[in-house]
Unconditional design. Structure first.
Length: 271
């Protein structure tokens, strides 16, 4: 039986993600501009990232004023309830800036440091993905309807379709390109969507066999990691570790270990 608190958190996260997704989809100005940069001049924030985060934190605070926040665009508070919301209001900002469809709203709720709820809204796909810890993962969309999610059946690494992402710091990207170049001959093929949240949900939905990336922050992966795990995928970082900034890996059970091992051998986690 689902914990009533987790059900409450899930419904609130879904509503906040839906409203933020509508704001981003329908309110995107024709002259959208960069509001700030983060790690480098090409790692951007737009006015819509900021507006979406304010919408999400405002809505959640109305219902749960004692909860804490960790948000990509600056929301940070400890709270006193034991619940912390980890928010990426617009994962895939560069895609959004250029008018590409692969971007998402990602909202996770942690209870005493463990992620218990995750929601990813992908407005231009018309899709929502969500999971509660121990309760499985589900997706909904116009094309496939409401459904339980399950990652792809086991396959060998040489038949695996794997996605990755690249950092916005030039030196890091150069190393990541070298790792990808070494991986490509060993896989079916490699993809790069520009949104970690979308990639993790695509692993959960069986559209990818695996995904890896270096440099992710908690807000990039918190919701998608839970959704992937609840759909039967394995997730981790370097061998024996949890997903972290050094490395995040998510894959079907047959692909996870050999992919993680290769990434370790290739030094995917360092310069």
């Amino acid at each position: 039986m689902t914990d009533p608190l987790h059900t409450e958190l899930l419904e609130l996260a879904k509503e906040a993600a839906r409203r933020a997704g509508e704001l981003l989809r329908d309110g995107r100005p024709a002259d959208l501009a960069v509001a700030a940069t983060k790690s480098s001049p090409i790692d951007v924030v737009t006015e819509m990232d900021i507006a979406a985060e304010k919408l999400i934190t405002g809505l959640i605070s109305e219902h749960r004023p004692d909860d804490g926040f960790l948000g990509e665009e600056g929301a940070s508070s400890e709270g006193s309830s034991g619940i912390r919301w980890v928010i990426d209001p617009l994962d895939g900002t560069v895609n959004y800036l250029y008018g590409l469809p692969t971007w998402a709203v990602s909202i996770a709720a942690e209870q005493d440091g463990e992620t218990v709820v995750g929601v990813v809204e992908i407005p231009l796909r018309g899709e929502t993905y969500h999971a509660v810890r121990g309760g499985g993962a589900r997706g909904s969309g116009a094309r496939e309807g409401e459904r339980a999610l399950s990652c792809r059946e086991a396959t060998s690494l040489d038949q695996a379709l794997v996605s990755t992402g690249f950092n916005y710091v030039t030196e890091v990207r150069a190393h990541q390109a070298d790792v990808a170049q070494r991986l490509i001959p060993l896989l079916r093929d490699i993809r790069r969507s520009g949104s970690a949240a979308v990639d993790l949900c695509d692993v959960a939905a069986g559209r990818l066999d695996g995904y890896y990336e270096r440099g992710l922050h908690p807000w990039d992966l918190a919701a998608g990691d839970l959704i992937a795990r609840e759909a039967g995928a394995l997730t981790g970082g370097r061998p024996g570790e949890r997903p972290a900034r050094d490395l995040t890996v998510a894959a079907t059970p047959g692909v996870f270990e050999p992919l993680q091992r290769l990434l370790e051998d290739f030094g995917a986690w360092h310069d």
